[in-house]
Design a protein around this ligand. Structure first.
Ligand SMILES: [Zn+2]
Length: 243
């Protein structure tokens, strides 16, 4: 007799698989699910766009799979890879854009999590070849810092990592020309909030331009905000918190 998988049996299988993960790994898998849903609901990852990853330890990375909506993922869907991108476990294949995640983890030992999305306003700036580098809002200077634009590179190739590398050491958010946005930080909540902040900043820049142009902050005020950012980063490295 043909066996049909019911919704209930799939649910039980998932629960069995989830219970096989160590609690610290299961927590990170669930964070990937949660922030995947956030970026999807905010309209930052239409279709199967975007990907998220988090360090499990110094040698292992958990990443979202390729070809899946970020709004429909389960903890068991995540793919375990090593620092070279080799798949160690998972029923799906890792995102085809994992190369840029690996480049960030390689160059920034302080980074614990990465979020790549296509938020519409920030991506529009990237499509127009415009960096988000005008010092017109205090918030962006205190959180991500100004956002450079990496040159265009073909998605899923090593060209993407090469185009990002000059910007990775000194920035926590990078626009990818004609593509989207990459943010990273001390945790998934930190990387996600940077994505949200950059998209909001892009909206403000667009509106300010439509209103006739913003008044940039003075150099002395920028310096004060950069000092505040250094303190904020120190706090963020101690764990997710609210300012
Ligand atoms: Zn992308």
């Amino acid at each position: 007799m043909t066996q049909y998988l019911t919704h209930q049996t799939i649910h039980v299988d998932r629960a069995d698989l989830e219970s096989s993960f160590p609690s610290s790994e299961l927590d990170l898998r669930r964070q990937l699910v949660r922030f995947g849903r956030w970026v999807h609901r905010l309209g930052y990852t239409p279709g199967t766009a975007g990907n998220l990853s988090v360090r499990l330890d110094d040698h292992l990375i958990l990443a979202t799979p390729t070809g899946c909506s970020k709004g429909l993922l389960h903890a068991v869907d995540m793919v375990l890879i090593d620092n070279d991108g080799n798949k160690l476990s998972g029923t799906r294949n890792v995102t085809s854009e994992i190369g840029m995640h690996l480049a960030v983890y390689r160059m920034r030992p302080d980074v614990q999590a990465i979020v790549h999305t296509h938020p519409p306003i920030a991506t529009a700036f990237a499509a127009c070849g415009k960096a988000l580098d005008q010092p017109i809002c205090s918030e962006i200077l205190m959180t991500t810092g100004l956002v450079p634009l990496a040159p265009y590179a073909t998605t899923g190739t090593e060209e993407v990592s090469a185009s990002l590398e000059p910007f990775i050491p000194d920035h926590d958010a990078i626009l990818l020309a004609n593509h989207g946005l990459l943010t990273y930080g001390s945790s998934l909540p930190d990387a996600f909030m940077k994505t949200e902040t950059v998209e909001h900043f892009a909206q403000v820049c667009l509106s300010a331009h439509q209103l006739g142009g913003a008044s940039p902050l003075r150099d002395i005020d920028i310096a004060k905000l950069q000092q505040a950012r250094a303190r904020y980063k120190l706090n963020a490295s101690r764990g997710p918190s609210c300012r």
